[in-house]
Write a protein that binds this ligand. Structure first.
Ligand code: NAD
Length: 322
């Protein structure tokens, strides 16, 4: 988590070097399928990812993903990876990186509202990167909270299971919302959020899918990944198009202030941006070298003469006939 947060932070620091576009989303009534591409001029990466809140009822995951890293010099892909787990890791590492820059320095307690697939990763990243000692769990489904508490047992966090969101945020200086529902939901109401907290809003990441009461947004200092994407998908879709936001990379690069006073409410309106996936793909590609944790894939046709693609088929036909 610490390595991954560092890798993402290094790429946020050189943000202007990247190609950037809002992700390409194909929406249906029940979910979304998205492509998330970017390049730093040396390497190119993309992620294919879905988000289907109703999948859980069918015994399927809400989010699944895979991704590709390619060499810009040749255009050849160099690695294909599962990214369901890697998305959970990079989303958590990005949350923790944002909290490192924005949360009150003495934050030791976090609330984790929504205890599904992402939850344990979020809590463990906050522990590793920000020194969180206690996580307070709440989910509308008690079975999710039981699962999360059991998975987190023995991992160095004090885990408190709560019966309401109000209970979960008691004493918490970092509040993470990570619920899945394709609607304008209100996981946090205005009166639940006092001063001096950092909110990490992870679950609202699609048009029509938000977690926070608009009044919170009007009180908070808002930090985002890539405004053209977040204005479509994030909590700030509930605000006017000119409402001021700060790009997180600018805080990390020293070009904009982060938290400026202890009583402020800071909000990281996380939607997930392609550069985080690129950083994660590049990081695991580096770390895979010299390990056995990969397989060579026979994915690219390799004709003896690069222009004789058809000849390659003819030779294969001949070999089959013989
Ligand atoms: P999940 O379906 O595994 O878990 C979601 C949990 O939220 C469930 O346990 C559900 O019971 C709970 N929930 C729903 N409504 C609630 C409410 N009102 N109060 C409390 N809990 C409630 O999903 P997941 O994989 O953990 O993802 C959660 C959300 O995060 C999804 O919306 C997903 O799209 C989003 N996400 C965002 C990013 C990002 O980068 N920002 C990355 C990955 C996932």
């Amino acid at each position: 988590m610490v390595e991954l947060a560092d890798a993402i932070e290094a790429d946020f620091r050189r943000w202007p070097e990247f190609d950037k576009t809002p992700r390409i989303a194909s929406h249906s009534d029940i979910g979304v399928i998205e492509l998330m591409p970017t390049s730093d001029g040396q390497q190119y990466g993309f992620k294919y990812v879905n988000g289907h809140p109703g999948n859980m009822r069918r015994g399927l995951q809400t989010v699944t993903a895979f991704g590709v890293l390619a060499d810009v010099a040749t255009g050849y892909p160099v690695m294909m990876s599962e990214m369901t787990i890697l998305t959970a890791l990079r989303t958590a590492a990005t949350s923790a990186m944002a909290a490192k820059w924005l949360a009150p320095r003495d934050a030791r307690v976090m609330a984790m509202i929504g205890n599904g697939a992402q939850a344990e990763f979020q809590a463990l990243a906050m522990k590793a990167v920000c020194g969180i000692e206690e996580v307070r769990l709440y989910d509308i489904d008690p079975a999710a909270t039981r699962k999360c508490a059991a998975n987190l047992a023995g991992r160095g966090l004090r885990v408190v299971s709560c019966n309401s969101a109000e209970d979960a945020i008691l004493g918490a200086r970092i509040i993470t919302t990570c619920t899945a529902d394709k609607q304008y939901a209100t996981i946090l109401t205005d009166n639940m959020v006092g001063g001096g907290v950092h909110i990490n809003a992870v679950g609202g990441d699609c048009p029509g899918k938000t977690e926070l009461a608009p009044a919170i947004l009007h009180r908070a200092e808002i930090f985002v990944e890539y405004p053209p994407q977040t204005r479509i998908e994030g909590e700030i879709q509930q605000l006017g198009p000119d409402h001021p936001v700060t790009e997180l990379w600018q805080v990390i690069a020293g070009e904009a202030p982060g938290r400026t006073d202890a009583a402020q409410v800071t909000l990281f309106d996380s939607v997930g941006f392609a550069i985080e996936d690129f950083s994660a793909l590049r990081h695991i590609h580096r770390r895979l070298r010299g390990t056995g944790f990969f397989q060579d894939l026979d994915m690219i046709a390799d004709p003896d003469d690069p222009r004789d693609l058809f000849g390659m088929i003819c030779r294969a036909e001949g070999a089959q006939a013989a």
